[in-house]
Design a binder for this molecule. Structure first.
Ligand code: FAD
Length: 310
């Protein structure tokens, strides 16, 4: 027997919990399914310094716990189960979790987020948050006046290096090729910054440091030379993987694998909305995820009351 809800939200990051809060306040019977722990990527962040309302910053896990409590105060339920099967075309829509439980809902909000790609180096996980970062917009300010390394050659790496060049004493940009893949628009600010050194044809071999990052070693693939770079932080900007395998073949995805939905969060299937990092968008941050969550819940309410066609 399936359990029935008005709205099922898949994913318990900031987008999912904000959608749950808004759905709960709209008196919709709401279930949020999260595979791991509340907060998603935000929950793994030591300190969030750019979310408005917290002048001293706030711990990512603390913020996640408060978001969950706030949604539950208005009646939204959370279950910690991975969603493994979906049928979004049926009416009501059907969701199955890894323990085989089946749920039904009039609306599904996809808020499964994305995961930053790692370099796969031995000490990378251990030093995450202790000098290893995957988000310059989030953590750059912690490295004011310090020396950092950015790894990558695409738009994110280039824009991270531009941002960090304005804050840090020195920025090394390590890329495995001899030129950037990034838009040419980044080249001029990088070259004129005066504190950016390009380390071409090179791959990071090792992250150094005991309890925090103190440097890296790089291997030049053309010359075969190894080099040690002393630094306080390493920003890994080699892309993100959207958590969209569940939706493949059902929802329309972008070339990079994100769900195609504009700022209304509507997808190609009526009654299915996409919120947060999982959606194709310009900026993936907590503020934009919570914004999407609020919009998706409002669209869900309209859809269920017959006020919107999608
Ligand atoms: C290290 C790091 C630091 C960051 N620091 C900041 C910062 O300081 N400020 C800032 O604004 N942004 C920061 N960000 C970015 C910010 O965390 C993300 O933009 C935000 O968390 C996206 O929220 P989301 O809800 O869309 O997705 P996510 O946070 O990715 O959450 C998605 C959730 O969905 C769950 N999920 C996925 N698949 C399933 C499934 N099949 N079934 C059930 N659940 C599923 C996942 O377990 C996850 O909990 C940081 C990101 C990282 C990685």
């Amino acid at each position: 027997m399936s359990q029935s809800f008005d709205v099922i939200i898949i994913g318990g990051g900031p987008a999912g919990y904000t959608a749950a809060l808004y759905c709960g306040r709209a008196a919709l019977k709401t279930l949020l399914l999260e595979s791991y722990a509340p907060g998603g990527q935000m929950g793994t962040t030591d300190m969030v310094d750019n979310y408005p309302g917290f002048p001293q910053g706030v711990g990512g896990f603390d913020l996640a716990t408060e978001m969950r409590k706030q949604a539950e105060r208005f009646g939204a339920q959370s279950m910690f189960q991975k969603v493994t099967e979906i049928d979004l075309e049926s009416n009501p829509k059907k969701i199955t979790t890894e323990d085989g439980t089946q749920y039904e809902a009039g609306v599904v909000i996809a808020a499964t987020g994305a995961s930053p790609r790692e370099l796969g180096l031995a000490r990378e996980k251990e030093l995450r948050g202790k000098g290893v970062s995957y988000c310059a917009t989030c953590d750059g300010a912690f490295y004011r006046g310090k020396t950092v390394v950015v790894v990558g050659g695409g738009d994110t790496a280039a824009s991270d290096a531009v941002l960090l060049s304005k804050i840090c004493k020195k920025v090394y940009l390590v890329h495995r090729r001899d030129s950037l893949r990034a838009s040419k628009a980044y080249l001029k600010p990088l070259e004129s910054a005066g504190n950016v050194e390009f380390v071409w044809d090179s791959a990071v071999q090792e992250i150094l440091g005991e309890n925090k990052v103190s440097g890296i070693t790089v291997h030049n693939k053309k010359t075969g030379a190894d080099r040690t770079i002393d630094c306080d932080g390493i920003f890994v900007a080699v892309g993100h993987t959207p958590n969209t395998s569940l939706f493949q073949g059902t929802l329309v995805l972008s070339g990079a694998g994100y769900i195609l939905a504009d700022e209304t969060t509507k997808t190609n299937i009526p009654g299915v909305f996409a919120a947060g990092d999982v959606r194709e968008k310009a900026l993936r941050q907590i503020v934009t995820a919570v914004s999407d969550g609020a919009v998706a819940a409002t669209m869900a309410e309209k859809y269920l009351s017959g006020l919107a066609e999608a």
